[in-house]
Design a protein around this ligand. Structure first.
Ligand SMILES: Cc1ncc(COP(=O)(O)O)c(C=O)c1O
Length: 425
């Protein structure tokens, strides 16, 4: 087709996003000879509706094919969004696996001190925190990359390794932010089912070999079920990673888990990268501090693409102070363990069982299918409790309750029987 706009060949995004529906609505057919082949168009005989649609196409942003192909939905609806929608704040915020016990007071002091320095960018090398983490884990600082939470680091990792069409293996129903990044870079997600409420290391490895996966994702402990594998199982998995694959070992909840959950660090191991965060046990989710540990070449490669000024001074100072306050961490872990027991008791009082948890949340088995659990969840939300649930069967028979304060769990104790009764009615 020989079409031009003001003498310039005109390009539309149509027809170039074959795998999913295009974001840009097609111009009405009566508008003329607009090309659907992504090349050029003729505007001579356009009707007014077509002209305005064409103007929109010409002046609007020209998304990449990939971005145009992504669904326009917001993947994560936060509690604040829900509060705005319901017109009232939640009485208990026990749904996002935040740590209600909060950061170390020493971290708070460090962040307050850093506040007056906030006019300065943070150190783009994150040197002091990296050095402190290196000492903490007894590994070289060169094997550590610091970033804006594990979520951002997952995004950088996928950007480094995943081209459109590359295959990635994860568990069906596992942590969705990873999937979000994979989709955002055009990767193809291949999933294996959970096995007995655990992610299945053997199935993940087998599937990775079968589909030549570039990345294999495992969260240990897992979100949303809270289960974990022992260090020896994870070590065996690392050894079995097929040629050309990298294991993404997300250890966001590691500090809450029993001692034999994580294998020793081996920074020469080139087929695994491990992620940790200050969001969970250290109670600093809003500060956005996470880190990755891996082999030199992989860690250095983050410098090619990461946001070098992504970390702010308050977060860096807070994380460093939090890391140094082992007593606060120990106190938090004691409180979390006690609250896990309390949630188990609250569930048992309503005739429900819980999935044993190695995290700061507990999957409460509502004893029926996903529909029923969704009704229970709805009942809790109606009663002012922000709680979430797994999104894939059979794990969606559960609701996922984050550890709360005594007062939060008092509310759960009174609301759960009511929500169950309403769900059964
Ligand atoms: C398994 C898992 N990984 C990572 C994260 C996010 O960590 P960060 O706050 O460091 O981005 C979460 C948060 O819920 C999680 O459940």
């Amino acid at each position: 087709m020989t079409a031009q706009v003001d003498g310039t060949p005109f390009r539309t995004e149509w027809g170039v996003a074959p795998r999913r529906a295009p974001l840009v609505p097609p111009v009405p057919r009566e508008s003329g000879d607009l090309a659907r082949d992504g090349a050029v168009c003729v505007i001579a005989d356009l009707q007014p509706t077509g002209i305005s649609a064409l103007t929109r196409l010409m002046t609007g942003p020209r998304f990449t094919d990939l971005a145009a192909s992504l669904p326009a939905t917001v993947p994560f609806v936060g509690p604040e969004t829900q509060e705005r929608a319901r017109g009232a704040p939640f009485a208990a915020r026990i749904g996002a696996n935040e740590n209600v016990f909060g950061p170390s007071p020493r971290a708070v002091i460090a962040m307050k001190r850093a506040a007056s320095e906030i006019w300065r960018y943070g150190d783009p090398e994150n040197h002091d925190l990296k050095t402190a983490l290196a000492a903490h884990h007894a590994i070289p600082a060169e094997n550590i990359v610091v970033g804006e939470g594990i979520d951002a680091l997952l995004g950088y990792l996928v950007r480094l390794l995943v081209s459109p069409g590359d295959r990635i293996v994860t568990s069906n129903g596992a942590y969705p932010t990873f999937n979000f990044h994979v989709a955002g870079y055009g990767g193809e997600l291949v999933t294996v089912p959970y096995r007995g409420d655990h992610e299945d290391p053997v199935a993940l490895i087998e599937k990775a070999g079968a589909v030549d996966a570039k990345l294999i994702y495992l969260a240990n402990p897992d979100n949303p079920m809270g289960t974990r594998h022992s260090a020896s199982v994870v070590a065996a998995m690392i050894n079995a990673v097929p040629d050309g694959s990298l294991l993404v070992l997300d250890e966001a909840y590691l500090e809450f888990a029993p001692d034999d959950t994580a294998p020793e660090f081996d920074v020469t191991a080139a087929r695994v990268i491990r992620f940790r965060t200050f969001s969970k046990a250290y109670g600093m989710a809003g500060a956005r501090v996470g880190y990755g540990i891996g082999a030199l070449e992989l860690i250095a490669s983050f410098n090619k693409i990461r946001n070098h000024f992504g970390m702010n001074r308050m977060s860096l100072a807070g994380a460093q102070a939090a890391l140094a306050d082992g007593a606060h961490l120990a106190d938090t872990l004691t409180k979390v363990a006690a609250a896990r027991e309390r949630i188990k008791t609250i569930a048992a009082d309503s005739g429900l069982q819980v999935v044993p948890s190695a995290t700061n949340f507990v999957a409460v088995d509502c004893g029926a299918d996903g529909e029923f659990a969704r009704r229970v969840l709805g009942g809790l939300i109606e009663r002012g409790l922000f709680v979430r649930m797994p999104f894939v069967a059979p794990q969606d028979r559960c609701i996922r309750v984050t550890i709360g304060t005594e007062a939060d769990l008092d509310l759960l104790a009174s609301a759960l029987p009511q929500a169950l009764e309403a769900a059964r009615a």
